[in-house]
Design a protein around this ligand. Structure first.
Ligand SMILES: Nc1ncnc2c1ncn2[C@@H]1O[C@H](COP(=O)(O)OP(=O)(O)OP(=O)(O)O)[C@@H](O)[C@H]1O
Ligand SMILES: [Mg+2]
Length: 271
């Protein structure tokens, strides 16, 4: 709506995990490096935690883009609010299982675990590495689910894991995993992503504006600092405030985004 007013080619602050806009802050780069290392070196289990809206799901999409489809078979679970059997079934299907009975008929968990083991071995024999990426895992409190997932790590050849499990979620996820001591010990790589500091908030906003095609500095310096204060450096909040500022600014024909505009935008977002 405001794209042409500000001379942009894309909407810069959509709240979708779009890898084109990926800003490699030091911590996002470190997170990505660790994820890639965990997968490439078959480290078993990897955990990425972070406050809400700080870029975990985006990192999963960027990771996906980095993994060669000829080498990696990725089962991505974005909404794990499932029963244990449903979750294992989803994993099996995403790893390539066909002809599984529908959920309306009984499927035994053991059968699913066996099916997944066979798929992991098949993938391995086909020269493919299997990756199971579970996003939003902080919503899972059922201890049995973490235990079932741990069982998947028992698929090993000598000291080579047949799959890499990636757990992503908000900070509570750490506690849910810690109670399963054996699983916790198997997490070979972990990383935590926090909100941006002022410097990164400013660089983040400029980066997204540039990717969107901005030809000039639309956000005033003082407006950028105010966005940091109002958002706490959380990318999702930064996006909301910036989007609203650009929207209000265009409808009132501002030539730049000023601190007053940011204050208005932040106020209109308060619930
Ligand atoms: N490093 C980054 N570069 C570009 N955009 C980012 C970055 N980090 C976060 N974002 C953007 O912020 C928004 C929220 O990110 P995302 O959905 O990945 O957060 P999340 O950590 O998965 O949140 P939640 O815990 O609520 O699931 C998205 O629009 C995303 O594109
Ligand atoms: Mg997410």
């Amino acid at each position: 709506m405001y794209k042409s007013y500000w001379g942009l080619e894309l909407k810069p602050f959509e709240n979708t995990p779009d890898p084109r806009f990926f800003y490699t802050s030091a911590q996002h780069e470190e997170a990505l490096t660790r994820l890639i290392y965990g997968v490439r070196e078959s480290k078993g289990a990897v955990m990425l935690t972070g406050v809400f809206g700080c870029g975990k799901t985006l990192l999963s999409q960027v990771l996906l883009g980095e993994l060669d489809r000829d080498v990696y078979r990725v089962a991505m679970i974005q909404n794990p609010m499932l029963t244990s059997v449903e979750l294992l079934r989803s994993i099996a299907v995403r790893l390539g299982a066909t002809g599984l009975p529908t959920l309306k008929t009984e499927i035994l968990k053991d059968v699913l675990l066996d099916t997944i083991s066979e798929l992991l071995l098949e993938n391995y024999n086909d020269g493919k590495q299997s990756v199971i990426l579970l996003d939003e895992m902080h919503v899972i409190e059922d201890k049995m689910i973490f235990e079932d997932l741990r069982m998947l790590l028992n698929n090993q050849l000598q000291d080579h894991f047949l799959c890499t499990l990636i757990f992503m979620g908000q900070p509570e996820l750490r506690k849910h995993i810690e109670v399963n001591k054996q699983l916790n010990q198997r997490i070979a790589i972990r990383y935590h992503v926090d909100a941006f500091d002022l410097e990164n908030t400013i660089a983040y906003i400029r980066h997204r504006m540039k990717v969107a095609g901005a030809q000039r500095d639309i956000f005033e310096e003082t407006a950028l600092s105010l966005i940091f204060q109002k958002s706490g450096g959380i990318p999702r909040r930064i996006n909301q405030i910036c989007d609203m500022s650009l929207f209000i600014g265009s409808s009132h024909e501002f030539s730049t985004v000023t601190p007053a505009l940011v204050t208005d935008a932040a106020k209109s977002l308060e619930g």
